[in-house]
Design a protein around this ligand. Structure first.
Ligand SMILES: [Zn+2]
Length: 298
């Protein structure tokens, strides 16, 4: 049965033990039927231990977690489900140390698993922002200064963000990307990945946006005092205070993953009922993630 909602009592009742979690994964993994990956046979026997499927012809055994983002999980599957649930339900963000304590696992194990979940939260790039979009850049980390403008401080992480504004002037969806500099080539990424070319896009007067005007419908405005892009500036302010609140445990080189987590919750907030199920689905259809892959995927 598909889990919906945000109620932790209902959640723990539905996922009372490892077996119910394995059954849930099986339902997702083999929703279109079972085919043995080795010989193509379609009949199987279910193993009692973890609901692995044993091919009736070649006896290849495949667990519900094999070949998925749960591959080689270093703790019980029920703990994994609970951590994912908490990560989707929180608005503040959870630190690896908190999770380690609460679930009796090492901090490093918690950290690596949570990054797997963040990778599953990454945008599919299938739903570009539409309508009215605002784009702006900001920096995070290093020494905080009151100076406005494009910092060239190499210790600061440069980020470009885009928000979709709905008819009521509220932020509907958002995406972020870390950039190396403020050149057109760097700024282009968020446009190509996350913004539809037919939209009306607002930026400030920075010359880096100029070459992008050929392909995108950009209107450049002065952004002094935040008048023309109020929603975006308020939003960046909120995001930065969130980043500062979790700053003690954010590894700056992984900042994009935390930004993905933040966007995922905002973009999915109208689908709160199904956010957990959707993430499980993504993790089951995703490929195994190794520790090495997490380290290099900045
Ligand atoms: Zn087989």
């Amino acid at each position: 049965m598909k889990f919906t909602g945000e109620n932790i009592v209902e959640f723990t009742a539905q996922f009372a033990d490892d077996m119910t979690c394995y059954a849930y994964l099986s339902d997702h993994k083999w929703s279109n039927g079972y085919t043995c990956p080795k010989c193509g046979h379609t009949k199987f026997t279910v193993r009692k231990k973890n609901l692995a499927r044993d091919c009736n012809k070649c006896h290849h055994i495949e667990s519900p977690t094999a070949g998925t983002m749960f591959h080689k999980l270093r703790f019980g599957i029920r703990k994994a489900f609970l951590i994912i649930f908490e990560m989707t339900a929180t608005t503040k963000g959870l630190s690896a140390s908190q999770v380690a304590k609460r679930y009796g696992i090492s901090r490093q194990t918690a950290w690596a698993f949570m990054h797997r979940v963040r990778l599953a939260m990454q945008s599919s790039r299938k739903h570009p922002l539409t309508g009215q979009v605002q784009v702006d850049e900001f920096v995070f980390g290093g020494k905080e200064t009151l100076k406005q403008g494009r910092s060239t401080d190499s210790k600061k992480k440069k980020i470009v963000g885009a928000v979709e504004i709905n008819k009521n002037g509220k932020i509907k969806r958002t995406y972020f990307k870390r950039i190396e500099d403020y050149s057109s080539a760097s700024l282009k990424g968020i446009f190509d990945d996350h913004i539809s070319a037919s939209d009306k896009i607002f930026t400030d007067k920075w010359k880096g946006y100029l070459p992008l005007c050929k392909k995108y419908h950009i209107e450049q405005k002065y952004s002094e005092k935040g008048g023309s892009m109020k929603q975006m500036h308020t939003f960046i302010h909120q995001l930065k205070s969130w980043l500062r609140s979790i700053y003690s445990w954010v590894h700056e080189e992984h900042i994009e993953k935390y930004l993905d987590e933040y966007s995922f919750r905002i973009n999915r907030s109208i689908f709160k009922q199904t956010i957990f199920d959707m993430l499980i689905q993504r993790m089951v259809s995703g490929k195994p993630i190794t520790y090495q892959m997490i380290i290099i995927s900045n």
